[in-house]
Design a protein around this ligand. Structure first.
Ligand code: UDX
Length: 440
């Protein structure tokens, strides 16, 4: 068995690029592959093509060390690697709930003919249960190399904390069918396991399910507290106090119990939908029908935010100027996939307001998708002349903002806090009308 296997990482998006860099940081020789030449050129020259704190420094360090390289050649990857990590995306299919498996299938089929004897292919992408079994069959039928095998190792990293989550994960899950596959995976994660990090070994089906089950649980927890926010709105309760009181119950815990505009991003929304679609195919759709409600609660928060803003403006957006703080789906990210903030901003713009937005990292991405919205280079510039300010992504620079900076430039001191992350007392003392989701 290889003491320190040579690793390849196929697909250099958020997951793959981070995995490649972190495995090199842990001392492995790593070759990353992407079919997009521009991504490879960018990474090879030390540029991370997306915003992820800490990653650019580690990329440069490991390029300099000579342990990390990038290529577009499957032939090179096949010849190099003992263990190949598949990290390509599985987006939601257009017009359907199911996951689009095009990239997983294409990358797998491109890799297999080039594998060396004894290579291990490790799926990390989030996939519908049954994918690993299907790919293992295909590998057995089509590989020309001897003793090649498949394993499944789901990834749980959060954007914004991707480096930390990869170097020191909560747990490792190995879906395996042989002792040899387990031994190779243990060698590939040796430095992480030594921390120590718990390892759960299981069959393929369970390994694939752990990922979607975790995301379904997190989404449910967020929608639970957001459902409580709806009830608080009807009873004049305060969901932030409710959440705090619940959090002291150690069986419940306070994480992912933050009420606001709800979840977005490239994982939670599409993963719960793909999970429901797969459950339908498996004939157990009833088991996951609650996720439909989780999704519906989540989307209702966006509609409620639009209503609250309109109400605060006296019943109409027509002719008003709305400043939006935040475009990314969460702070410390430039990701705008299924972003609640951008969804709200564009809905308000389409209802007749002039929306002017600022985000510390996601403006370029937002401009590409929503060129109809106005963009400014700071919160104060976005706020200039605004009839209302909407706080939609809780970046630290917004959370710690001094209200007086905005007081000096807005037309009306009205703010709606879509993330329950500002201090109401501070804003009210500065003369603002402060409103928020789920609290008076
Ligand atoms: C998520 C999972 O956490 C991660 O394990 C998985 O690998 C990928 O999906 P990520 O999409 O990066 O990670 O974001 P996360 O930090 O989980 O936040 C998801 C969304 O939930 C964000 O839009 C965030 O604003 C929202 N959220 C989170 C809440 O609305 N309330 C909370 O209490 C927590």
């Amino acid at each position: 068995m290889t003491e320190r296997p040579r690793l390849t990482v196929i697909g250099t998006g958020y997951l793959g690029a981070t995995h490649a860099v972190c495995m090199a940081e842990l001392g492995f020789e790593v070759l990353g592959l992407d079919v997009e030449e521009a991504k490879v050129t960018s990474l090879q020259s030390g540029q991370v093509p997306f915003y992820e704190p800490g990653l650019p420094e580690l990329l440069q360090k490991n390029l300099d060390s000579g342990r990390l390289r990038f290529t577009t050649s499957y032939e090179e990857v096949g010849a190099f690697g003992d263990v190949h990590f598949l990290c390509v995306g599985t987006p939601q299919k257009k017009g359907e709930y199911a996951a689009d498996m095009t990239y997983v299938d294409a990358s797998f089929r491109s890799l297999v003919p080039h594998l060396r004897d004894g290579a291990l292919v490790v799926g990390k992408s989030t996939v519908p249960a049954g994918t690993a079994e299907r790919l293992a069959d295909e590998l057995a039928r089509t590989a020309t190399a001897k003793d090649v095998e498949l394993a499944w190792n789901p990834e749980f990293l959060r954007e914004g904390f991707a480096v930390e989550d990869t170097l020191t994960p909560d747990r490792l899950v190995f879906g395996i069918r042989s002792e040899r596959a387990e031994a190779l995976l243990r060698a590939a994660f040796g430095p992480v396991i030594d921390v120590p990090t718990p390892v759960v070994t299981c069959d393929f089906a369970t390994a694939q399910l752990v990922k979607v089950a975790a995301n379904a649980f997190l989404a449910t927890k967020i929608s639970f507290i957001n459902a409580m926010a709806e009830v608080c709105e009807a009873t004049h309760g305060d969901v932030t106090k409710l959440s705090e009181a619940l959090s002291y119950d150690t069986r419940i815990g306070g994480r992912f119990l933050h009420a606001g505009l709800g979840f977005g991003g490239g994982c939670l929304p599409k993963d719960i939908r793909a999970f429901m679609a797969r459950a339908g195919e498996l004939g157990v759709d009833q088991a996951l029908s609650f996720l439909k409600e989780v999704d519906a609660i989540n989307l209702r928060r966006r509609a409620r935010m639009v209503d609250l803003a309109r109400e605060s403006l006296g019943g109409s957006f027509a002719g008003s100027r709305v400043a939006v703080l935040g475009a990314a789906f969460k702070p410390n990210s430039d990701d705008i996939r299924d972003s609640p903030a951008l969804d709200v901003a564009s809905a308000i713009q389409s209802q007749g307001a002039a929306v002017v937005l600022y985000d510390p990292a996601a403006m370029d991405n937002a401009k590409r998708v929503h060129p109809e919205i106005g963009y400014r280079e700071s919160a104060v510039e976005a706020g200039r002349g605004a009839d209302i300010v909407l706080h939609l992504t809780e970046w630290k620079e917004f959370r710690t903002m001094d209200p007086s900076a905005l007081s000096a430039v807005v037309a009306h001191k009205r703010i709606v806090d879509g993330r329950n992350a500002l201090d109401p007392v501070l804003w009210r003392e500065a003369g603002w009308t402060y409103r928020a989701l789920g609290r008076p």
